[in-house]
Design a binder for this molecule. Structure first.
Ligand code: AOS
Ligand code: ZN
Ligand code: ZN
Length: 426
């Protein structure tokens, strides 16, 4: 199942008139405010977000899992799914693989398939939170932090293997997320667990190719409920510094305790040149991994405001790696991802509209009211016509969800793959 350019073009025709009217209206009013509309549209078209291979099937909880039907059953089908997303949105130009769930059999064929779908391989993800078939050692009590050297060595070797797989695909980064932690007070010696983790990460870092980055993800709780070894950005930042200049912190929006000021964390990390990667999702409680922008769109905008500021003012920080990290329990995963991509683009567009010069002046005058007005002026703008134009310019769909449905994508996938195919992985 592949979506052809002509299909999108002809589907767009239905709505082009309405689009042009709303775009002209918005573009004129932004123009009057001194916004370079063409630059905003170009920035939006250029913005690409990686899709994780594990978000393409219906996720589940420990209470059950309900298939969404026609799920991708292998790596080829996952790449095809991301190709569909990219064809419609022109925003999903990369896929992030999880090893061992996605080990390619034929590297050449997989790379060709990705290229044919307009995709590159983003960060590769290691997995030391599950025991693999025939593994000698178990991760039940941790991996890189384990008290047992044999377990740590196995986990380090796995990460080195993941780097090798990524190299063959053209990836340029490794993301390490550790489930390591303790469930009960007294179970861990915090210092020894952290020391082991640092030593292990340094060993992995030592084998990192010259042009690669290491992303260290943090998370306050789950699957461990008393302590997590890499629990917060400070711990990740410290470990990244202990590894070296190619190591960075990765921020996953869901990995914060309620009401944490994530935009401030983003800002601090960029000032220090250590924000390497980003996992988008949204949540009401914890790591709910729900659709980006579905619960706290204003918070997302504030985060993007800091990201835009950082990208313009912090040359010491590399361009961050963007990825969605989500899990879909009841929605069609592809529709959910389209909604997430749209929310990301919307927050980004609004952040691009913030008048940074006026904001700086208002901050210096301590005009608190005006500061808020400037932010909310941008936030309250309906930027959707800009997103539509950004997609249109590069061959995407005016309205991706609508096009996805009118092209009957899920029905075709079910027909091709069968109703009961199940995605590998989470
Ligand atoms: C886990 O909570 C983290 O968000 C990871 O980034 C990711 O979901 C995991 O590596 C997928 O297996
Ligand atoms: Zn994540
Ligand atoms: Zn997570």
């Amino acid at each position: 199942m592949k979506i052809e350019k002509e299909q999108i073009l002809s589907d767009n025709k239905k709505d082009i008139g309405v689009h042009e009217e709303s775009f002209d209206f918005l573009a004129n009013s932004l123009d009057r405010k001194g916004v370079d509309v063409h630059k905003v549209i170009k920035d939006l078209s250029d913005f690409q977000v990686a899709i994780p291979s594990w978000a393409l099937g219906a996720g589940g909880t420990r209470f059950g899992r309900f298939s969404y039907y026609g799920e991708p059953a292998n790596l080829e089908q996952k790449i095809n799914d991301v190709g569909i997303l990219h064809a419609l949105t022109q925003t999903a130009g990369a896929i992030s693989l999880h090893i061992p769930w996605d080990i390619p059999e034929d590297y050449k064929a997989i790379k060709e398939l990705a290229t044919a779908n307009g995709l590159v391989f983003d960060a590769v993800n290691s997995n030391t939170f599950q025991d693999q078939k025939n593994a000698k050692e178990s991760y039940k009590f941790g991996s890189l932090s384990n008290t047992s050297k044999a377990v740590r060595d196995q986990a380090i070797a796995h990460n080195n293997e993941v780097i090798k797989i990524g190299e063959k695909l053209g990836s340029k980064s490794l993301t390490v997320w550790l489930a390591d932690g303790s469930n009960f007070p007294g179970q861990h010696n915090f210092q020894r667990a952290l020391q082991h983790t640092q030593d292990s990460l340094q060993e992995i870092y030592a084998t990192l190719p010259e042009d690669w980055k290491l992303f260290i993800e943090y998370k306050p709780y789950e699957p461990n409920f008393y302590s997590t070894v890499i629990q917060d950005w400070g711990t990740s930042f410290m470990l990244a510094n202990a590894c070296g200049e190619k190591a960075y912190t990765l921020v996953d929006l869901g990995h914060h305790l309620p009401n944490t000021n994530i935009e401030q964390i983003v800002s601090t990390l960029m000032m220090q040149g250590k924000l390497g990667g980003f996992h988008f999702n949204d949540s009401k409680y914890g790591d709910d991994d729900s659709t980006v922008g579905s619960v706290k769109p204003y918070a997302l905008f504030l985060i993007f405001n800091e990201l835009v500021y950082g990208m313009n003012n912090n040359p010491q920080n590399p361009y961050p790696a963007w990825m969605i990290d989500a899990s879909h329990n009841i929605k069609d995963p592809l529709e959910d991802l389209i909604q997430s991509l749209e929310a990301i683009q919307e927050a980004y567009a609004k952040a691009l509209l913030v008048d940074q010069e006026q904001l700086k002046l208002a901050q210096e005058k301590h005009d608190v009211v005006l500061c808020q007005e400037i932010l909310q002026q941008a936030y309250r703008t309906d930027v959707r016509p800009l997103l539509e134009r950004a997609r249109l310019n590069v061959g995407g769909a005016l309205h991706p969800i609508k096009a996805y449905r009118s092209l009957g994508v899920r029905g075709n996938l079910i027909q091709a793959r069968g109703k009961h195919s199940i995605a590998t992985g989470l």
